[in-house]
Design a protein around this ligand. Structure first.
Ligand code: FAD
Length: 444
């Protein structure tokens, strides 16, 4: 079996390694348009925060590791078209054109940062650093910038604000909604983080959509309907999008230009699969599919595609949009539905808040938690955690509970370790279940 994978990032590499395990004698070819592989998209923050020596070491896999597994890696090779009926892809490398046949093809070409809505967003002063070449440019330009605008207040914008504050820059953050990280947190949960950022100097421009980024002799002019701001550079921190110009017409796409796949990750041609940032995934809480570009989705889809390559056996369970990060001393984590999103959920929802001190081991810091659940059935739908103690891993327990369809009754009874120094008498995840149940009972 000859498997060709286009794109050697999280999804493509995960698929290649899993296919190698499941099919030890398969011929596996990874085709990648960049010169290098494995760069971690948040690597620039690690570099500026000095947790990474050089930007090149912020990588999750090396070429050598793939070669040792007998996976052929074609770098600097861009797939420009395909013929899904003839089972052939066409790629360009160093000005020449080549063809490669396949038995199974996996599209893992991910996404990049571009917008047709913001005039001038392709300016080189609007920094995009998903991939290594962009990072190298961004590092140079940020070193020379005093005043930086962030376009977007999601995870990328939040982390960029944190990093720039540490570098002593003047930071302006533009966000079309009225608070930070709205996809993942309800306003009251993220408020302390926002207040801390503001007290450290971030100027928030909420309810402002950037319309233009105009390159002038004096600098970069950022324009919204409400204001204009002259700055030295801007960071593009908005949604990423797939770029699928190489597809042929027999591969169906959605209106947002993602590739259409079934639950087994097969495209409209059964021997061609698509994974990672170029597809929509089922949102685990609502069962509708959405565009949720996250590394964890890309990696898990890579594992699942290996299972389905020869025979469709394993449906992809989709995503709960689980995230976690650290901003201005706060660890923040979220999974599943927010209360604000609950308006669109088919059933009535209820929420409960919990405050707990973290362990002696992690400094007895306050942990704030929130759980969102179905009012009638008590099925857990979402959770959010914020603390100055590192509680990030706890969100994974809550995500698993949601993925398994658990109810509050099961969550508060789940097993947990107890140790006087390393844990609390009741784990926050259990307490969220209990408080949810109790507050609900109390109301009735
Ligand atoms: P990609 O990483 O986009 O990789 C696609 C690959 O395909 C690329 O290497 C590209 O060069 C190659 N390619 C594309 N077209 C062709 C072609 N025609 N021929 C050959 N090769 C091609 N997610 C998280 O979960 N956690 C985070 O902390 C996080 N931080 C992020 C920070 C930033 C700044 C950004 C922009 C994104 C971040 N993300 C994060 C999102 C994450 O980067 C993506 O979800 C992830 O990279 C998707 O992996 P992928 O393999 O599907 O696609």
């Amino acid at each position: 079996m000859k498997v060709v994978i286009i794109g050697a990032s999280f999804a493509g590499v995960s698929a290649a390694l899993a296919i190698r395990k499941k099919h030890p004698v398969a011929e596996i070819h990874l085709i990648e348009k960049q010169e290098t592989i494995g760069y971690l998209p948040g690597g620039i923050n690690r570099y500026f925060n000095k947790t990474s020596e050089s930007i090149q070491t912020a990588e999750f896999i090396s070429e050598q590791q793939l070669i040792e597994k007998g996976i052929s890696l074609l770098l600097n090779a861009k797939v420009v078209s395909m013929d899904s009926k003839q089972y052939i892809v066409k790629y360009e490398k160093q000005g020449a054109t080549f063809f490669m046949s396949f038995d199974k093809l996996i599209l893992a070409t991910g996404s990049s940062q571009w917008s047709q809505k913001i005039l001038g967003s392709d300016s080189e002063k609007v920094l995009k650093y998903k991939f290594l070449p962009g990072v190298l440019q961004a590092i140079k330009r940020l070193e020379r910038s005093d005043k930086v605008a962030l376009i977007g207040g999601g995870q990328i914008g939040g982390e960029a604000a944190d990093m720039l504050l540490k570098k002593g820059k003047e930071v302006h953050l533009f966000e079309r909604m009225d608070y930070l990280l709205f996809k993942y947190f309800d306003e009251e949960m993220i408020r302390p983080v926002q207040a801390e950022m503001e007290s450290r100097g971030v100027v928030f421009h909420f309810d402002e959509m950037v319309e233009k980024a105009i390159d002038t002799d004096e600098g970069l002019l950022i324009e919204t309907k409400k204001s204009k701001l002259l700055c030295d550079s801007a960071i593009f921190a908005m949604n990423v999008r797939p770029d699928l110009g190489y597809l042929d017409e027999s591969i169906q796409t959605h209106t947002d230009q993602t590739v259409f796949v079934n639950e087994y990750l097969q495209t409209s041609q059964a021997d061609i699969f698509a994974i990672g940032d170029c597809i929509q995934v089922q949102y685990g809480v609502s069962k509708d599919s959405f565009y949720i570009p996250l590394v964890n989705n890309a990696v898990r889809a890579g594992l699942v595609v290996a299972q389905n390559l020869v025979e469709p056996t394993t449906p992809f369970v989709g995503s709960l949009r689980t995230i976690g990060t650290k901003l201005v001393d706060y660890y923040i984590a979220s999974t599943g539905l927010t209360e604000a999103e609950g308006l669109f959920h088919g059933q009535s929802i209820a929420v409960a808040h919990v405050q707990q001190k973290s362990t002696q081991f992690s400094g007895c810091e306050k942990i704030c938690g929130k759980i969102i659940f179905e009012k009638e059935s008590h099925k857990i739908l979402g959770a959010q955690l914020i603390s100055k103690a590192n509680i990030l891993e706890k969100i994974n327990t809550l995500a698993l509970g949601i993925q398994m369809g658990q109810k509050l009754e099961a969550l508060y009874q789940k097993d947990f370790l107890y140790h006087p120094y390393y844990s609390n008498v009741i784990d926050i995840t259990n307490q969220l279940g209990f408080e949810g149940l109790w507050s609900d009972t109390d109301e009735n």
